[in-house]
Write a protein that binds this ligand. Sequence first.
Ligand code: ATP
Length: 339
Amino acid sequence: MTAGQAPKVPVTLIPGDGVGPEVTAATVRLLDSAGAQIEWREQKAQPVVGRRKEDSQADPVIRSILETRVGLKGPLTTPIGMGHQSINVALRRALDLYANFRPVKKLPGVRTPFDAVDLIIVRENTEDLYAGLEHIVVPGVVESLKIITERASTRIARFAFDYARRFRRKKVTAVHKANIMKLSDGLFLECIRSVAKDYPEIDYQEVIVDNCCLQLVMRPGQFDVLLLENLYGDIVSDLGAGLVGGLGLVPGANLGEQCALFEAVHGTAPDIAGRGVANPTALMRSAALMLRHIGQASVADRIEAALYHVYSEARHLTPDVGGTASTEEFTAAVIEALC
Ligand code: ATP
């Protein structure tokens, strides 16, 4: 550390699978070039997450995140089929990362049907159908339990309204299907309504999830902060990514009381892995969120300005957004644009 420089902040780095190592390497290169004060603690192995919290906490990846309290993660593969729980889901549960936060904002230079999209998607991360409680009742009949609790619904509502207040967002919209799931989604809404009363300056609305999807693809500008249960949040987040140009662009954060894990919205993209053409923008923007979280906002500002510059020029974009640049060429252009 040279005189006057902030001490380095330890951050757990999980490169992940598929395009993960390519986009994390590009992101680390950008952050290091921008002068981020980070001590990277790389964890190459996949985390082994058990059903019991104590089992998970013995895993070196989880131990590292619990120690550094901040992580940057590439996408992880979860094999499909019986006996495999999603590592992403289990990781969020093991670390109690209850809030999934996705800002969906249009970048210049990316052609989409809408000029200005600026949404915040807040998704409850720990329960709903993701509780993983499924069983075979009799052969040919399975049951999957949707768990909604007052505690988790109130906690996520508080998170969304606090965010809206802090960043002067005007409206929070709860997304639900309480007309059909009267008890579970009904409880979710009841909790949000009760929290909304403490934030009179913020407009509160409710929309049924199918209508929400319709409205999003017709008039996305009518929404500001969207607040959803886990499953609806998962689906609507991808829809949101589609509104601004695709999965390669949208950042995400999983936040809890103790730790925060920043990751791109996209998966491992096995169709393009190893070809050097993955778009690292989503992870770079996630890393910018992370820099704000650890008090390095000025570095985040410079990174976001450089990304905007490269997208405005539209000369070094990756194939997913209509360009021909490789991951490497795109990253070099962003680093060149840092000022
Ligand atoms: P997984 O099973 O890990 O979720 P998937 O292929 O089902 O993988 P994604 O990885 O999210 O889902 O990919 C969906 C589509 O978006 C694929 O065509 C993929 O190539 C594309 N895509 C995802 N991430 C990126 C990226 N960073 N850059 C370019 N294209 C991407």
